[in-house]
Write a protein that binds this ligand. Structure first.
Ligand SMILES: *Cc1c(COP(=O)(O)O)cnc(C)c1O
Length: 430
């Protein structure tokens, strides 16, 4: 497959952007070759500047649950554009999207729109601190919450210690406000709360951790965390930027029936345009400006065009049977891969929930980040190269999950399954 235009475009882009990209994982550092420059996309298909086509399982990293260029989202955007692009004032479209989100979520009393998932998390953490009057936050190793300063943190040495920054430019003083614990490490969580709960504002987690492999947790763990947060007077923040509207209309909190105090959203709620949101309990949300003392604002917050896209996206999600159909399709793909893996006896597994899947290069169940063998990523690298050459696009890192959209037809998934199975064979042969 010839990708010379993409390669040349990437060379030029390096003159303008650090690493040639505007978000690091796009640079293909964990896989072979240069990133694709995308010309257009439709339904489940992505087309690059060289004219190659790909079945897309990256789906813009999650927002495109309806696939590319979904007719009703596109129409809503175009119609809204006719009336102007931004007013910096309230619009009915914002109200509609807010009403739709709150009306379809049992744990959401109030929301505020922002423009990205990172912004949503940053604001939710500030709110948790402002509401509780406490400074520290517990996060889990392997959960990603955007590039929020105080959450760009990895575990320090020791069992459950104050974190050290995982990015240059994050002051140690900020990093040390975050405590990093392994997922599912009940003892460390309880010990930390026992010792420090008078200084801990919140526990933040991805209830479906999907940014470092797919580290599915038991419902019991989430129920237990909820109870612990109550016992120790600590807020529970579910970062549902990926899981929101992905594993059902009520996201992971609805899926597991666990009520967080605050939730963050992004990705799907923008239908492909930049929208984030945070929300939750009314008494907590009333602490946000202008009602309360926690300041938060945004020039393009609740931008009408983005609201229109989000509204069309959520309306399509709320159609009866939407999630069942999507999950069934995903299971079809996953079953074909699993059958192949079993038949050939590969040391691999396919982890899945809703319409998310992840290829793990082990048969062991993986539920925390430290269980992933970095060496297994060599397999992914080979697989990725093969798939790209054969017209299947996965996110360019073995730590990234795949997304199935409603635009993926049986036929497309069948074709993809055949290619991925052949790719797995190739990976273990070479
Ligand atoms: C994508 C993601 C974010 C960051 O969202 P951006 O829109 O990229 O800033 C935060 N949290 C989770 C769980 C995410 O998946």
């Amino acid at each position: 497959m010839i990708r010379s235009k993409s390669t040349a475009l990437y060379e030029e882009a390096k003159q303008y952007f650090p690493g040639g990209v505007n978000s690091p994982v796009r640079a293909f550092k964990s896989v072979h070759g240069a990133p694709l420059f995308i010309k257009n996309a439709n339904g489940p298909m992505l087309y690059d500047e060289d004219g190659n086509s790909f079945i897309d399982f990256c789906c813009s990293w999650g927002p495109l649950i309806h696939g590319h260029n979904h007719p009703s989202i596109k129409e809503a955007v175009i119609k809204t554009l006719e009336n102007g692009m931004s007013f910096g004032a309230p619009t009915v479209l914002g109200t509609h999207l807010g009403r739709t989100m709150i009306g379809n979520h049992r744990y959401l009393d109030k929301v505020r729109f922002v423009s990205s998932g990172t912004e949503a998390v940053m604001s939710a953490v500030r709110l948790a601190r402002g509401f509780t009057g406490k400074d520290k936050v517990i996060k889990f190793d392997g959960c990603y919450h955007g590039h929020v300063d105080s959450l760009m943190v990895k575990a320090g040495s020791g069992l459950a210690t104050f974190g050290t920054s995982s990015s240059a430019g994050v002051p140690q003083s900020l990093a040390s406000e975050t405590i990093v614990i392994n997922l599912n490490d009940l003892e460390a969580i309880e010990d930390t709360l026992k010792e420090h709960s008078d200084r801990i504002a919140a526990i933040i987690m991805e209830p479906v951790p999907a940014n470092n492999g797919l580290l599915l947790q038991d419902q019991n763990f989430l129920v237990w965390i909820r109870k612990l947060c109550d016992d120790y007077n600590v807020l529970l923040i579910f970062d549902e930027v990926i899981s929101g509207y992905r594993v059902g209309a009520e996201g992971a909190s609805g899926y597991y029936s666990v009520e967080p105090d605050l939730l963050t959203f992004g990705k799907i709620i923008g239908g492909g345009l930049p929208v984030g949101a945070f929300g939750g309990r009314a008494d907590i949300m009333s602490h946000i400006s202008p009602d309360g003392p926690v300041y938060q604002a945004g020039t393009l917050s609740a931008n009408p065009v983005a609201m229109a896209a989000g509204l069309a996206s959520l309306k399509a999600c709320l159609e009866i049977g939407f999630y069942e159909r999507l999950e069934n399709k995903t299971l079809m793909l996953v079953s074909r891969l699993r059958d192949h893996i079993d038949k050939k006896g590969y040391d691999m597994s396919v982890v899945t929930i809703g319409s998310i899947f992840w290829l793990a290069f082990t048969k062991e169940r993986i539920s925390s980040a430290d269980q992933i063998d970095p060496k297994s990523m060599d397999h992914f690298k080979k697989l990725h190269t093969y798939l790209l050459d054969h017209g299947v696009y996965l996110g360019p890192s073995g730590y990234e999950v795949g997304f199935v959209s409603q635009a993926h037809t049986q036929k497309t998934l069948d074709k993809a399954a055949t290619i991925i199975c052949a790719g797995i064979d190739h990976t273990y042969k070479s």
